[in-house]
Design a binder for this molecule. Sequence first.
Ligand SMILES: *[C@@H]1O[C@H](CO)[C@@H](O)[C@H](O)[C@H]1NC(C)=O
Ligand SMILES: *[C@@H]1O[C@H](CO)[C@@H](O)[C@H](O)[C@H]1NC(C)=O
Ligand SMILES: *[C@@H]1O[C@H](CO)[C@@H](O)[C@H](O)[C@H]1NC(C)=O
Length: 189
Amino acid sequence: MKNKPSFLFFFLFFFSYFHAISSTNLIHQTCKRCSKTDPNLSYNFCVASLQSSPESRGASNLRQLGSISIKLIKRNVTGTRHFIKELLIIKNKTLTPYQKACLKDCMELYSDAVSTIEETMEAYKSKHYADANVELSSVVDAATSCEDGFGERKDVVSPLTKRNKDVFQLSAISLSIINMLINSFELIN
Ligand SMILES: *[C@@H]1O[C@H](CO)[C@@H](O)[C@H](O)[C@H]1NC(C)=O
Ligand SMILES: *[C@@H]1O[C@H](CO)[C@@H](O)[C@H](O)[C@H]1NC(C)=O
Ligand SMILES: *[C@@H]1O[C@H](CO)[C@@H](O)[C@H](O)[C@H]1NC(C)=O
């Protein structure tokens, strides 16, 4: 009976310890920091995106979360590229020449983005964070340029607005995580 309180203390200690490093907590805390530093990034979008990856359940540190976020971008840009390709085929007869030209530009931008995000992942893996940062920025530029292309004429609506926005926001998550990693590296060294 005498040992009971300390056992309880121990139990609570370990419970809260493991709870603190649980992946859900990690995601929430990271997204809180990301959305605070980048007003363009929605906290809810960040949490939902990271949690949508099955890999995130096993994530126990920021570096793993960064890798997951880059994989999410890769899936997004690959999916968007495929979507544009399909759109050009299926709607070949109904799209105006202007819309087709915009979509073809986007197709090119996203084809480049697919290889750029692969390079981003390589740079990230080898902890070349500055390079990863530069490459990610060009993925953001691709999404922005694609969307801006449609905006040049008021009567043309972009069929890619949501997808471009997703890529934009997912990239903001990765950029934010990479900056956190760079800063913590500077603190240690
Ligand atoms: C937010 O997005 C706009 C473009 O949509 C950009 O001009 C601005 O620099 C972004 N702000 C941050 C903090 O990234
Ligand atoms: C892109 O990412 C967003 C946010 O995680 C998700 O809702 C959407 O389904 C993804 N799209 C593709 C094509 O993977
Ligand atoms: C669209 O149709 C034109 C002629 O009808 C054809 O030359 C062109 O290859 C088609 N494009 C695609 C992407 O299917």
